[in-house]
Design a binder for this molecule. Structure first.
Ligand code: GDP
Ligand code: IMO
Ligand code: MG
Length: 412
């Protein structure tokens, strides 16, 4: 029995974190986001109905569950409003269920403008960001120029902080990027009115989460992006601006490491990446096309086509070391169903991947519920991954639907 589980992406994001958080939430009491922002796109498919979440934790479809946005998340109130409206239209109630840390740094429209202007200026060497203002908002946090959600309480101080922030960024936007600048009065008025809409959601998150633990509640920590996009440990500079690895949970919520009982790596059975940056096992042939089409590999946030390639165990081993994962959930295994041969990178030699080849299973595995019922070739593929990574595969996800899983270990 576990009281808290951390669920983190082990590759470059889009591993299927949202689906698994939703699945494991059924038996939990709360889900906490701790980093990233609305650059995330987490897809939940329940009874053939698809919900894509960006900021709201993936526990929201379970009515009994509390959803918490921790201080490590950069918060666009505009994006939150849009997301809550979609949820309301689908009759999902968030009041008294969604709670937001007063220390969340705000993403303001000026951050979005800066993010996009930089990418345009970089041209071919662009990072390929989601254009959501994530990087500039984290920079303002670290420079101590940023505005936090709790700052909206103090009208007078808010104005002078906002004025200072805009003076600084407007100068760059106008003189360096040749872009439109932002009006302080307008932004100030909007923030004050948004405060009225959201003031009841604001909490002191560390004590809120601590009280959940004290009451014996079960809590899931939901990662966004993936370990290889971590600002410190990822493929820098082609990374996001937060710590997507395990440490992000502690700085991004204020809880202590002793509270995490189990850390689950979400690993896609192959690899994808959106945006620029190195991708050792990337495919440009018909196999890449099969993965892209069968896996519907298009971004849940930007709609961009995801780059596809074989599973990279070398990169994964590094993720496992950094996060100290207790177990693995292997997702999208069904996407490999039609392949004749499957390759897995087991080593890099002179910066070139060395592959081990597996025979495909050429069968639809999407309805299978027990490991023993999988085709022999599928079992070999799964067991080899487990052996190489020296970490148990506790869940296999074999379809996008909430119920499409093979569960080998019940955590809660
Ligand atoms: P996240 O960002 O890690 O939550 O992942 P995304 O939602 O961005 O991308 C995962 C995509 O794969 C979504 O469209 C999911 O519905 C889908 N998906 C998740 N698990 C599976 C699976 O086991 N099989 C298949 N075929 N699709 C899956
Ligand atoms: P989820 O949570 C995949 C990528 C972007 C870009 C880089 C930096 O759905 O797995 P940013 O806008 O964060 O400054 O962009 O990070 N990226 C993601 N890739 N899944 C995500 O989130 C991502 N969030 C950001 O494509 O390469
Ligand atoms: Mg995603």
């Amino acid at each position: 029995m576990k009281n808290s589980i951390a669920i983190l992406g082990a590759q470059w994001g889009d591993e299927g974190k949202g689906k698994i958080v939703d699945l494991l939430t059924e038996k939990s009491d709360a889900v906490v986001r701790f980093q990233g922002g609305h650059n995330a796109g987490h897809t939940l498919v329940v009874d053939n109905k698809t919900t894509i979440l960006h900021l709201v934790p993936s526990g929201i479809l379970h009515e009994h569950v509390k959803c918490i946005i921790g201080n490590g998340v950069v918060l666009s109130i505009d994006a939150l409003s849009e997301e809550l409206e979609v949820l309301r239209n689908n009759e999902i109630n968030t009041s008294n269920r969604l709670f937001i840390s007063d220390n969340c740094p705000l993403i303001l429209p000026v951050h979005i403008a800066l993010d996009q202007a930089r990418e345009i200026k970089k041209g071919k060497s662009k990072i390929g960001t989601t254009g959501r203002g994530i990087g500039p908002a984290y920079e303002d946090k670290v420079s101590r120029r940023g505005i936090r959600l709790g700052d909206l309480r103090n009208e007078k101080e808010l104005f002078s902080k906002l004025n200072e922030l805009l003076e600084y960024h407007n100068f760059i936007l106008k003189n360096y990027y040749n872009c439109e600048i932002f009006n302080v009065d307008k932004m100030y008025e909007k923030l004050l009115s948004q405060y009225q809409d959201y003031k009841d959601y604001i909490i002191d998150a560390p004590s809120f989460i601590e009280s959940l633990f004290k009451d014996g509640k079960k809590v899931i920590f939901e990662g966004a992006q993936g370990s290889l996009l971590d600002i410190d440990h990822g493929t820098y500079p082609f990374v996001t601006s937060s710590n997507t690895t395990i440490g992000g949970i502690f700085t991004g919520t204020g809880i202590s490491p002793k509270n995490i009982d189990y850390t689950l790596a979400i690993v896609k059975a192959y690899t994808t990446r959106v945006g620029s940056g190195p991708f050792m096992t990337e495919l440009f042939d018909k196999n890449g096309k099969i993965l892209s089409e069968k896996g519907h590999e298009f971004g849940a946030t930007t709609g961009r086509e995801r780059r596809c390639g074989w599973l990279d165990l070398v990169a994964l081993k590094r993720s496992i070391e950094i996060n100290g994962f207790s177990g693995i959930c292997l997702t999208k295994l069904d996407v490999l169903d039609s392949l004749d041969k499957i390759q897995v990178c087991i080593e890099y030699k002179n910066d070139t991947p060395v592959y081990k080849e597996y025979k495909g299973w050429k069968r639809d595995i999407s309805k299978i519920k027990n490991f023993d019922d999988l085709p022999e070739n599928t079992k070999i593929y799964v067991k080899d991954i487990e052996d190489y990574l020296k970490t148990p595969i506790d869940i296999i996800s074999n379809g996008p639907g909430r119920e499409e899983n093979i569960i080998m270990n019940n955590f809660f």
